[in-house]
Design a protein. Structure first.
Length: 140
C-alpha cells in the first residue's frame, strides 16, 4: 500500500465522524420551544392590543372584535398548556369572561359607569395574563 492509499481511509473516517457528530449534536439544544410558549405570546399580543386601547364609547365595537381574538388565542393556550398551568389559564379565562360581560353591559347600556367597568375588567385581564406569562416563562 502506498502512503496515499493509507490516507483515504483516515479521511473517510474523519468525514464519517464529523457527519455522525453533527447528526447527534443537531438533536441537542435545538430551537424547539413548547407550543404553549407561542400560544401565550399570541395571547399576550391580543391582550396588549386591548390594554393599550383607549376605552371609550367609540371604541366598544372594535373592543368586541379584539376580545373575540383574545378568546381564540385563549383556546389555543388551553389546548397547548394542558393541566400544567390550569390555575393561571382559568384566571385568564375568568378575566376574559368578565371583560366580555362588562363590554356587553356597556354596549347595551352605554354610560360613563359601564365604560369604566370595561376598563377595570380589561386591566384585570392584563393582570391575569401577566401571572400566566410568569408561570410559563420557565418552560419557554
Amino acid at each position: 500500500m502506498t502512503p496515499m492509499s493509507r490516507r483515504r481511509p483516515i479521511r473517510y473516517l474523519a468525514v464519517a465522524a464529523a457527519l455522525l457528530s453533527s447528526i447527534v449534536l443537531g438533536g441537542c439544544g435545538g430551537s424547539d420551544t413548547p407550543a404553549v410558549c407561542s400560544a401565550v405570546d399570541a395571547l399576550q399580543t391580543s391582550v396588549e392590543d386591548i390594554v393599550d386601547k383607549d376605552i371609550n364609547l367609540d371604541s366598544l365595537s372594535t373592543l368586541d372584535d379584539d376580545l373575540g381574538q383574545v378568546r381564540a388565542d385563549l383556546a389555543d393556550v388551553k389546548s397547548a398548556a394542558e393541566d400544567e398551568y390550569a390555575a393561571e389559564v382559568d384566571a385568564v379565562d375568568q378575566a376574559a369572561t368578565s371583560a366580555r360581560s362588562s363590554l356587553s353591559a356597556a354596549m347595551d347600556s352605554p354610560s360613563a359607569q359601564t365604560v369604566a367597568a370595561v376598563g377595570t375588567a380589561v386591566k384585570s385581564l392584563g393582570t391575569a395574563l401577566t401571572a400566566l406569562r410568569d408561570a410559563v416563562q420557565s418552560t419557554c
